[in-house]
Design a protein around this ligand. Sequence first.
Ligand code: PFF
Length: 454
Amino acid sequence: MAEKETSKRGTWGSKVAFILAAAGSAIGLGSLWRFPIMVGRLGGAVYVFAYILAVFFIGFTEMLAELAIGRRTQKNPVGAFEAIRPHSGWKYLGYAGVITTMAILSYYAVVAGWAFGYLYKTIFGLFRNITWESSAAIFERFVANPWESLFCFFMVMAITTYIISRGIQSGIERFAKILMPLLFILMIFLAVRALTLPGASRGIAFYLKPDLSQIDVKVLFFAIGQAFYSLSLGMGIMITYGSYISRRENLVSSAGWVCFSTTLVAFLAGIIIYPTLFTTPGLSPEKFEPSLGLMFQTIPLVIDKLPGGFLFGLLFFILLQVAALTSTISLLEVPVAFFIDEHKWTRPKAAIFLGSLCFLLGIPSALSVGASATLTRFGFFNKMDLLFGNILLAIGGLGVLIFLVYFWGLKPALEEIRTGCPRFRLEKLWVFNVRFLAPLAILILLVFIKTITQ
Ligand code: PFF
């Protein structure tokens, strides 16, 4: 992004460039690693459908709201709220977003570190002739080793900080343009293999056949949380990205494409993981409670069953690393852009300071998946994810919607959206969602937060 800044503010080269960059931020570990875990914990197919509905009715609504605020003001989140409503205190919502991105990055990069570790484990041939038991043991041994997990976490933070400090994100995005479609194609291959494993139907039924008795507020709350998480909403990333979109572009179709491609990747991740998992003897869908290692334990099993599995494995973990990096970059860019714009720090200074801070903040998360008994018992990692990855994203998202409707105004917001979009077919639905459905749904669920999190 930074390379595109000219004397005025730069814009993305084209609509496609924007969609790919925003999809690069959105598609990442949230879809590939977190979504399948949530599916397993929250009743399978019911959660899958709740997530798809949450993306359509709430995620898309929120994304369009954030992009419109960003494009209108051409500013980072703090500056954007201040520009529309000067001296009103709304800028604190921008500050909250800056803090949330830092907190999320601190544990998100730990998981990106696991992907880094799996890359060299694949190269060393650790996943040949693998079984469920040996795969689970490899993951558990890896995360229980403090030095190895901290080393991998450190590497991810160092690479992210380097890219941000040099302002070469757009270079990486150019590269991701080719690699992301490749990830998608590879996932289709893996999905076909998983679906044709003998006994795959139990997994498919768990994933796609809703058991209506599983519906409850918890499922809805975590579906909305996951929609925000996977689409990078509720914290200012899409306000920042929107600030780089030209006014000639169509915000509606851009938001639609980002939502669609992210949902598709998440959906495919489940299609690969569940049929594979349930072809493992002794694992029953109903009793299954997935650990944080679900994706890492399952993917090597399906890859091992492909001819040329080693190369597929290598390619998968390279692409997973790129997907994770385009997301860690977007997370670190929010606080860095804030310190550059508002505090006039240089880019390298902001990147190194904030990157190091995130690393320090993330150490307890890295150690709480087995390496430190106390932190593991306390569930530090899961608590961070619940607080920042669900509750604060929902509060941030709600704040943006209230701001748009009552403090900016639907009229100027619609004017902004219509610029570049001559026919906004879903306009009435969007207005209804932005005014009533999305804020009320989030509000009601936040009221029940105590029950939900028990
Ligand atoms: N959307 C990306 C992912 O799902 O991997 C990155 C991300 C952004 C994660 C914002 C979490 C978040 F709150």
